[in-house]
Design a protein around this ligand. Structure first.
Ligand code: ZN
Length: 397
């Protein structure tokens, strides 16, 4: 039942509760005097529930009402509403009470079991949630949608406990033909789990395992930027800079939205190889495709060093109009270019422009929920979506 219907139902209950309170001050008032006993108890119980009364009133409520196909939906919606409000213990009580009913069909019991598992997840009782969910997914007779949601919930549990191997195993079931519609999405997520295992191995300096998990990640998702970055970093640590450069140059093709992650290690590699002219070309090619102030900064520094200040100002004049909020900076660049006479005085004038550009710090924003942060989280801390945070360094903050 949608929330608004629950709210309508709740509103009726509150109005009834209000009249009960106003008319007699006791639980049974004039307004409900003519109602059948069970219906009266139902309204009273709901009113208590919504007025956040004691657990005792919850018990009374359940003692007085039947659960049947008509009222099950209301109970489930109520339980879900309590959970969303953060009243998890009361939601657990609602769902446990439902499970204790013997008149539920198997399908209805499974729905309630899943709801109870969600309550446990929300309250941090992950082992209890895991037990319930494993029972559900192992059941032969379970509706497809319920199995799907149970599998997704179980993956969430393993994500929260950082049990990446188990998460990969459960996700395997979501890449089967039965769930073919979402298999690509789950393979991308499995690649992220593999990267987590690679990073854990990296911390232990187990390079064999690190490389193994990077390979596994790329097998799950050949466009996994995170795996390529890890691979490039390992090669850089082994002084294999040309190999690292080849890997890094693949990143814009893998996913242009994450391409700015390539810039810093790429600069580092070319600096180690004394290949600034090659770097200049790489950055120019990249900046044709993508607005990226971090890359633009590096380009400016190289051009300033190799071709002088006037050329650098020309580069800025050409590229800055592509970025948002750059009018003021661009105006300054144009003024400086007109005034430029090659002397030290002019250099000092445009130093502030360079400083501003060079001080750009990468910021990241989740494409899914808008969460912002100064560092890249592969798993968004807010909406728990993988690889959804991208650099916002296309504009000066
Ligand atoms: Zn997010």
């Amino acid at each position: 039942m949608p929330d608004f219907l629950v709210l309508v139902f709740i509103f009726v209950a509150v109005v009834v509760g209000f009249f009960i309170g106003r008319t007699t001050g006791k639980s049974a008032g004039k307004f409900t005097q003519n109602l059948p006993w069970t219906q009266k108890r139902y309204f009273e119980g709901l009113t208590y529930l919504l007025n956040e009364q004691t657990d005792e009133s919850l018990d009374n409520f359940f003692a007085g009402v039947d659960v049947n196909t008509d009222t099950l939906d209301v109970h489930l919606s109520l339980g879900g509403l309590l959970r969303r409000k953060g009243e998890v213990l009361r939601a657990v009580k609602v769902h446990q009470n439902l499970l204790s009913r013997t008149n539920l069909t198997r399908h209805q019991s499974q729905i309630v079991q899943l709801e109870l598992a969600k309550d446990y997840v929300r309250s941090g009782l992950l082992d209890r949630a895991e037990t319930l969910l494993k029972e559900l997914i192992e059941h032969n007779a379970i509706a497809r949608e319920l199995r799907l949601e149970s599998l997704e919930q179980l993956i969430d549990v393993y994500q929260d406990t950082k049990d990446w191997l188990k998460a990969i195993d459960v996700a395997d079931r979501l890449t089967t033909r039965k769930f073919a519609m979402q298999s690509d999405k789950w393979r991308e997520v499995q690649a992220q789990y593999s990267c987590e295992l690679a990073e854990a191995s990296q911390l232990l300096k187990d390079w064999f395992e690190t490389r193994k998990w990077i390979r596994v990640a790329l097998r799950y998702d050949k466009n996994c930027v995170r795996a390529s970055l890890l691979q490039a970093r390992l090669d850089m640590n082994d002084n294999k800079y040309p190999t690292a450069i080849a890997t890094l140059k693949m990143i814009p093709k893998q996913n242009l939205a994450h391409a700015s992650e390539m810039v810093r290690p790429l600069v580092e590699c070319y600096q180690k190889l004394d290949g600034e002219s090659s770097l200049l070309v790489e950055l120019q090619v990249y900046l044709e495709k993508q607005n990226d102030l971090v890359a633009l900064n590096h380009l400016c520094v190289i051009v300033l060093k190799s071709q002088g200040a006037k050329k650098m100002l020309e580069v800025l004049q050409k590229l800055l109009p592509r970025y948002s909020n750059q009018e003021a900076t661009l105006k300054l660049v144009e003024t400086l270019l007109v005034q430029y006479d090659g002397g030290e005085y002019s250099f000092q004038l445009f130093q502030s422009v360079i400083d501003k550009l060079i001080s750009v710090k990468p910021r990241y924003r989740c494409q899914n929920c808008g969460f912002e942060g100064g560092e890249l989280y592969w798993l968004c801390p807010s909406c728990k979506k993988w690889a959804a945070m991208i650099s916002t360094s296309y504009s000066v903050q």
